[in-house]
Design a binder for this molecule. Structure first.
Ligand SMILES: NC(=O)c1ccc[n+]([C@@H]2O[C@H](COP(=O)([O-])OP(=O)(O)OC[C@H]3O[C@@H](n4cnc5c(N)ncnc54)[C@H](OP(=O)(O)O)[C@@H]3O)[C@@H](O)[C@H]2O)c1
Length: 316
């Protein structure tokens, strides 16, 4: 029997957790071994993990007991929620709370909670420069994660709070790629004016999280932020132009216009961009680039990410 310590990875079939599983598997002689947690152990993605030699177990964040079972015997757990699957901040908080309690009950020694800022610490609900959503949120998918930080503290689990950044992958999977305008030129919408947005490859979150586990107690109780680069929309458009070999213009639509785009979540994302814009300095300071590369030296820049992924970006 191996004496390697188990890291149970929620979201192992997804972008964040998948990157962590790959990082653990790649570290052949390392002190850790990955356990993938999924709601469906017979999905193709789960089977692919099993084929890599990874232990795959059932667990659902909507069911605390199932998570406790999935976490039993683990030294560490990586906890992530998928807000966009249900878009309910209250459910996201409940899922995170269930994982925090399950981690405590299972005797986990180090949890990493993939979180974001509660924007209401910066913009109170009473501030009508940004609409309040669902009666109590400004940026629901940020605020709920920020609220859930307290669940990990209350549960008494030794936790590192990991602030992530805007994925380059949003250009592929989230409908945020450049679109052809009436004049045939590609336009890249990013409601950030001329301010810089911290961004990263989603797949780089896992290796950074792995470095946090490998650092032992160093980051327990701390909030740490990661990004590959801080770029303006114009800088991203220039890099897109270069990578795609055709002009891409930055369209700095105001967040108020973005909110009216009508797709599900447009109001949440419009508020997110307004928050990222208005508090750009604080947001960047929380995601220091030198610190990020200290954790994971191969953290990709946007142009490095584009070199690997430009063919996958749908050009609408
Ligand atoms: N897009 C961005 O720029 C960005 C930036 C920062 C943070 N985020 C946040 O990232 C989160 C999503 O992470 P991701 O990109 O890694 O997602 P993803 O690639 O879509 O994968 C979602 C993962 O979550 C798991 N999952 C969902 N509901 C679950 C539940 N009830 N119990 C257990 N596992 C569950 C899924 O596992 P199974 O289906 O196998 O169970 C899957 O592995 C979102 O909350 C989002 O707000 C996104």
């Amino acid at each position: 029997m191996s004496d390697r310590k188990i890291i149970a990875v929620v979201g192992a079939t997804g972008a964040q957790g998948g990157g962590l599983v790959r990082a653990i598997v790649a570290d052949k002689g390392g002190q850790f071994v990955a356990r993938a947690v999924t709601r469906n152990t017979s999905s193709d993605k789960a089977k692919a993990l099993a084929a890599m030699g990874v232990e795959v177990v059932a667990g659902d964040a909507d069911d605390e007991k199932s998570m406790e079972k999935a976490f039993r015997g683990a030294y560490g757990v990586f906890c992530v929620t998928n807000f966009w699957e249900h878009t309910s901040p209250d459910r996201e908080i409940a899922q995170a709370t269930a994982m925090a309690k399950a981690a405590k009950a299972a005797g986990v020694q180090h949890a990493i909670w993939s979180t974001l800022e509660d924007s209401r610490r910066f913009i109170p609900l009473s501030d009508d420069r940004m609409p309040t959503l669902g009666g109590k949120w400004k940026v629901p998918h940020f605020d709920a994660k920020g609220v859930a930080d307290q669940a990990f503290r209350d549960a008494g689990v030794p936790t590192t709070f990991l602030l992530t950044s805007f994925y380059g992958d949003n250009l592929i999977h989230f409908g945020m790629g450049p679109r052809k305008g009436e004049d045939g030129t590609l336009g890249f919408v990013l409601p950030m004016g001329d301010r810089k947005l911290p961004g990263m490859a989603a797949g780089d979150i896992g290796p950074a999280a792995y470095a946090i586990f490998k650092a032992g107690k160093k980051f327990i109780g701390k909030t740490v932020g990661i990004a590959g680069e801080h770029l303006t929309g114009a800088e991203m458009a220039a890099q897109l132009s270069k990578a795609l070999g055709q002009e891409v213009r930055h369209l700095a639509v105001p967040p108020s216009v973005y909110r009216t785009f009508g797709f599900p979540g447009a109001d949440d994302l419009g508020n997110m961009f307004q928050f990222n814009h208005d508090f750009a300095e604080e947001f960047q300071d929380a995601r220091n680039l030198e610190f990020s590369r200290g954790l994971y030296p191969s953290m990709q820049t946007f142009s490095e990410w584009l070199a690997q992924n430009k063919q996958k970006i749908p050009l609408g």
